[in-house]
Design a protein around this ligand. Structure first.
Ligand SMILES: C[S@@+](CC[C@H](N)C(=O)[O-])C[C@H]1O[C@@H](n2cnc3c(N)ncnc32)[C@H](O)[C@@H]1O
Length: 207
């Protein structure tokens, strides 16, 4: 009886480990039906919108990219901060996430959000277009991170900021040294770092 229970636990743990390792190797985006997982007291405390907005040094009128925007946890507060004279481009690969975002934009009465359905790295973004680029808990889900970072580099205005946030516990979490190495390979220079464990933000610029 006891041995049977132990082997069931072992099986469960093995399956969880296999799922985790598979996600690390062949990442798939967080399904839109699980997007509620993004907004909870833990993310609020460590990667909440008010904290991440402080790290962006936003000003009204800016042109901002929210890459891998999901259902708009950050898009909405960023759109409020940049004001009607600014613009937020919200990009995500999943139509169902963007549908959730559309409903939120409508409910908030915002008119300064542009939505793009594309995979980061495919080349959907204009060159030298953005003052700020937000990439929160999204880089690890992108299969070709090199292509994604090169596109972000091209799309950023010189002197603009790419702000990458990662949170431990996310199966797609990447260490700050890895993110830094990959961003620098795309041409970015590190200008600031915030937080450490369980979540950090690295800000890069395009010299
Ligand atoms: C964990 S969610 C984070 C959402 C949001 N940035 C936040 O902090 O609440 C990651 C998002 O990245 C999107 N994503 C994954 N791979 C992508 C890709 N290749 N191109 C664009 N978006 C992608 C997913 O669809 C998902 O909405």
């Amino acid at each position: 009886m006891k041995a049977g229970r132990i082997s069931r636990w072992m099986l469960l743990l093995t399956l969880l480990l296999a799922a985790f390792l598979r996600q690390r190797r062949y990442p798939i985006p967080l399904p839109a039906r699980l997007s509620f997982l993004l907004e909870n007291p833990v993310t609020e405390a460590f990667v909440g919108p008010s904290l991440l907005l402080e790290r962006l040094d936003l000003a009204p009128g800016m042109n901002i990219l929210d890459a891998g925007c999901g259902p708009g946890r950050l898009t909405i507060p960023v759109a409020r901060a940049t004001g009607p004279e600014g613009c937020v481009t919200a990009l995500d690969v999943q139509p169902a996430m963007l549908e959730k975002l559309r409903r939120r934009i409508h409910a908030e009465g915002l008119t300064n959000v542009r939505i793009i359905r594309a995979s980061l790295g495919e080349g959907a973004l204009e060159e030298n277009a953005f003052d700020r680029e937000v990439l929160a808990m999204a880089l690890g889900e992108v299969r070709d991170r090199g292509a994604a970072l090169r596109e972000l580099y091209r799309a950023l205005k010189p002197g603009g900021i790419l702000s990458v946030t990662e949170a431990f516990g996310d199966p797609d979490y990447h260490r700050s040294a890895t993110v830094r190495r990959e961003a620098e390979a795309a041409g970015f220079s590190l200008v600031a770092r915030y937080g450490s464990f369980p979540a950090y933000t690295l800000n890069f610029t395009k010299p």
